[in-house]
Design a protein around this ligand. Structure first.
Ligand code: FMN
Length: 425
């Protein structure tokens, strides 16, 4: 960790406090963020004694380089009962620092934070992002609030390609777990990988659905132009006018479907991000619990038995949440298939109307090529829609297949006896 040097009063040079990538650590707080417990690794890395840590506010390890935005978001989510994952730079008692990826969640009586050492490529980008945010916070006028800074952070996260913070924290946790496995020469976590691939497929559906919606918006004007052109060449109420009115109606309904597709994409995207995050959290918690169980508790004032029971219950809940989001994703996908079928019927209807239109306009004079132009645009539009619908269908099939595989895997696992839990998957 040869990066930044945090200076306090322009003097102290911070040094990175090392811990091994295989190590995990946790701290538990009450609802105000006052430290209630933590494992031996947490105590060792912080450089504080247990006496200094227990009953101290967690900001005892706050590093001045950390943007306020991150803590604003952390408390904003925790107070709504929502989990959060975040990269955090902490300070040690001697003025050193260490980076973690922390998974923080509500737990009975307060909150629990489990941390691992970040090593992914995303981590490198986040360090740059934090530097920019913190500089802005320090240079901004007094009325620039932590919430303003959090909005700035969310915008920067969007610019990195994540639709929202939940998608970012899910990607962060997944990337860190996978990178850690790779460094530790552990086998690939195929469930995380499958979930990761699913979340990319849903992202692609979302993009296609948005493009479809934009296509439908773009052709809204075409039937109007067709009617105008027809009014010059045929008597009022003639066949082309009637066909273009029909087309207009069908296109309007199809547009409503396309809009539902984009809603669906957003909902599943959110659900899948949370599912991915919870799956990673359950795995992290399982490893954390094993490590805590194996720790030497000789010198620790922590009630080990009680702590173990709390952690085991928490791990179980993470697993339950991951499983229930997988179930909801499957439900959404099935509903989406129904919508997709209905959408295809509409598009089929539009297509028949388009062909009829081509035939009918063939009888009419088209001296300025107006009809020709319009019909060509409709042809191109239909080709585009057909291509997008096919891609959406195949992405959806792909998601369903993977979701079913995940559910079948979970179902085939035996539930573990509490509290010696291994049941989080
Ligand atoms: C479970 C839990 C763990 C936390 N862990 C840290 C941490 O490791 N480092 C940190 O700076 N803040 C941590 N916080 C947030 C602190 O409570 C505090 O909001 C933060 O240090 C910013 O302090 P400030 O608002 O006084 O600037 C944690 C909070 C909770 C609830």
């Amino acid at each position: 960790m040869a990066e930044d040097t945090a200076t306090r009063s322009g003097t102290a040079i911070a040094r990175g406090s090392e811990f091994h990538i295989s190590e995990l650590f946790f701290s538990r707080t009450d609802t105000r963020g006052v430290i209630a417990s933590g494992n031996a690794v947490f105590q060792r890395i912080s450089g504080f004694t247990y006496d200094e840590l227990l009953n101290a506010p967690h900001k005892i390890v706050r590093h001045p380089d950390m943007p306020k935005a991150v803590f604003w978001l952390l408390w904003h989510r925790l107070q709504k009962g929502e989990p959060i994952g975040a990269y955090v730079k902490n300070r040690t008692k001697s003025g050193g620092y260490y980076w973690v990826f922390a998974v923080v969640m509500p737990i009975t009586g307060g909150y629990l934070s489990v941390r691992l050492k970040p090593t992914s490529k995303l981590f490198e980008r986040v360090q740059g992002l934090y530097k920019e945010l913190r500089t802005k916070e320090l240079e901004a006028p007094a009325d620039y609030s932590p919430e303003n800074s959090a909005q700035e952070m969310n915008a920067a996260i969007k610019a990195l390609g994540y639709p929202n913070y939940v998608a970012f924290m899910a990607a962060g946790l997944t990337a860190e777990l996978m990178s850690r496995d790779k460094i530790g020469a552990k086998p690939v976590d195929d469930r995380l990988q499958a979930f990761d691939a699913m979340s990319k497929a849903v992202g692609d559906i979302f993009d296609e659905a948005n493009a479809l919606y934009a296509d439908f918006r773009r052709i809204e004007q075409i039937p109007v132009n067709l009617r105008l052109q027809a009014s010059r060449c045929e008597a009022s109420g003639g066949p082309v006018s009637v066909i273009s009115a029909n087309y207009s109606n069908l296109a309007r309904e199809a547009l409503a479907f396309a809009s539902r597709f984009t809603d669906f994409g957003q909902r599943v995207l959110d659900e899948i991000s949370l599912g991915l995050f919870m799956m990673g959290s359950a795995r992290l918690q399982r490893e954390m619990n094993r490590a805590f169980e194996a720790e030497d508790h000789g010198a620790s004032p922590i009630d080990h038995q009680r702590e173990m029971a709390l952690l085991a219950g928490h791990m179980q809940r993470c697993g339950d949440m991951a499983r229930s989001t997988v179930g909801r994703i499957l439900e959404q996908c099935e509903r989406f298939i129904d919508d997709s079928r209905r959408m295809r019927r509409f598009v089929g209807g539009l297509d028949v109307t388009r062909v009829t239109c081509r035939i009918e306009t063939g009888w009419l004079p088209d001296a300025d090529g107006g009809f020709h132009d319009i019909i060509d645009k409709l042809d191109a539009f239909h080709e585009d829609v057909e291509r997008r619908m096919k891609r959406i269908d195949s992405l959806n099939d792909n998601i369903i297949e993977r979701t079913n595989a995940l559910l079948n895997r979970s179902a085939s696992r035996k539930p573990a006896a509490a509290p010696k839990a291994t049941a989080a998957e």
